[in-house]
Design a protein around this ligand. Structure first.
Ligand SMILES: *Cc1c(COP(=O)(O)O)cnc(C)c1O
Length: 245
């Protein structure tokens, strides 16, 4: 097995060329989607979701100018964040997966933003973890379940105010906005349209909650049309994953 540094120093680095090409294609989709929605593409931040791909790819993406990185499992993200830091690459880590309370302390050490706070208990555990593990508050998005099916992550719209209150009362957390995944059986436009309504109501009460995390490889155009500020892109950038993760 080669080391991270050897991989990156490999002559020519075909993987860097591959990522550069897919990044250009994704940037073009974002530019086109923003144009169609009458928006400035600069309003949408690209988060590269690097789950199942190695730290070397994170470093390559950083070299290509993508410095917002998403991961969905702490077991994978914690060592990847350490490896990335060890070679001197500086990126912002977005935790976008389901978060168990016993992982909060670990996530609070390396994450810059957690997109998936979806219960009062989780907000409490993350607040306690952030208070002991960090100096700066941890930025938090509340994950909303658009179809109110909480089994797949996200809080129902009825439960949202309590989770928001739990985040804003914690001095170690900073409410930054909302996140959603379009339910399988919904049109993404309908789902993200609902999310946009929820986001604007939240912003009316909490002006700093400006982030709308929506849109993946398959539905980024719909998310852009509905005001997404952060796109979470995995396979279109890094390639198809073996597993269903
Ligand atoms: C994997 C993942 C993504 C990226 O999905 P792609 O379809 O590969 O772009 C986005 N958001 C979350 C929460 C994910 O787990």
């Amino acid at each position: 097995m080669s080391t991270l540094r050897e991989d990156l120093d490999a002559g020519g680095d075909p993987r860097l060329a591959e990522l550069s090409a897919s990044l250009a294609a994704v940037r073009e989709r974002i530019a086109e989607g923003a144009r169609a929605a009458g928006r400035d593409p600069a309003e949408a931040t690209l988060i590269a979701v690097t789950k199942t791909y190695p730290a070397a790819d994170v470093v390559r993406l950083a070299r290509l100018g993508v410095t917002d990185i998403g991961e969905n499992r702490d077991q994978e993200a914690a060592p990847k964040a350490a490896e990335t830091a060890a070679v001197g690459a500086s990126v912002r880590w977005h935790f976008v997966g389901r978060l168990q309370r016993n992982k909060c302390r670990s996530v609070a050490r390396y994450a810059d933003v957690v997109h998936t706070v979806d219960s009062v208990r989780l907000a409490g555990a993350l607040a306690a973890a952030a208070a002991t593990e960090r100096v700066e508050p941890l930025e938090v998005l509340v994950q909303v379940s658009i179809d109110d099916d909480e089994s797949r992550g996200g809080i129902s719209q009825a439960g949202l105010p309590a989770v928001v209150a739990a985040v804003v009362t914690a001095s170690s957390l900073r409410l930054r906005g909302v996140m959603a995944v379009a339910p399988m059986s919904w049109s993404p436009t309908e789902a993200f349209g609902q999310l946009a309504d929820i986001a604007s109501r939240l912003r009316a009460e909490h002006p700093a909650a400006t982030m709308v995390s929506a849109g993946m490889s398959g539905d980024l155009e719909a998310a852009l049309a509905c005001g997404a500020t952060h796109l979470r892109i995995g396979s279109a950038l890094l390639g198809k994953r073996d597993s269903l993760r």
